[in-house]
Design a protein around this ligand. Sequence first.
Ligand code: ATP
Ligand code: MG
Length: 259
Amino acid sequence: MHTIAITNQKGGVGKTTITAHLAVGLANRGHRVLAIDLDPQGYLTRHFGLKEELYRGEIDNIALHLTNSGHGDPTDLIVTTDEDIDLVPSNYDMRGVADALSNARNRERRLQNVISALPGGSYDYVLVDSPPNLGVLTDNAILASRRLLIPIQAEDSSLDALEMALDEIEEIEAAFGIDVDILGIAPNLVPRDGVAESTLETIRSTPGLEELVLPYEIRKRADIKYAMRRGETLYAYNDDSDMIPVFDRLAADVERSVN
Ligand SMILES: Nc1ncnc2c1ncn2[C@@H]1O[C@H](COP(=O)(O)OP(=O)(O)OP(=O)(O)O)[C@@H](O)[C@H]1O
Ligand SMILES: [Mg+2]
């Protein structure tokens, strides 16, 4: 079982979009995939068309499992989406988790414990969609996965955001004595204009990043937004989209990089 977190503390760069499409892309390659929505905003849950009933429901939910160690069997949290991806949905209660954990023991290891309580061998990939900030939830995502995919948007502020993300990863590596593997930095929302292209070139030629930035981009496509609004991925919404082969390639690259 390979656990991968999709992280970047910068908001709106495509973490949730990439988590959803990578989940379906990996499933299409024959893998059993579990997606975990660790963002209190619950956008991944909504992306799979499941928002209201589960997110607003006062039911057993991931927040309880993160705040109370040994709360119960996390398998009970899993729902299957219309696109046949297993999902641990977010919940409104996730808003209080960072505060609730602020002085708790092992607060950064809660997700790791939840994932290791899942029945062994049931999934090939666990994908964790992270919230847009550095904090205990993102730390939990990094510690539970140790493999990261970092979406970026090709704009001037991306380099600063990336540096901050890489610093945080180094701090976590040092604090917990672990190695974190960056599978790739994925450029997303790339418009067809010279500015984005030249920004990407700068990022790609920055020492330390050359090897990490994927050699292809996810372009800005209205269909991606429309699909999300309908609670679907492009795979369900418009299989003819020119971004489908790109998401397929991402899934193939992720598969290769973990093996
Ligand atoms: N390649 C793309 N083309 C067009 N729209 C996109 C693309 N990628 C993402 N979007 C849209 O941009 C918005 C932000 O994307 P997304 O929610 O995936 O980012 P995020 O990093 O998860 O955001 P947050 O930080 O709030 O969690 C969404 O409305 C999404 O549908
Ligand atoms: Mg998101």
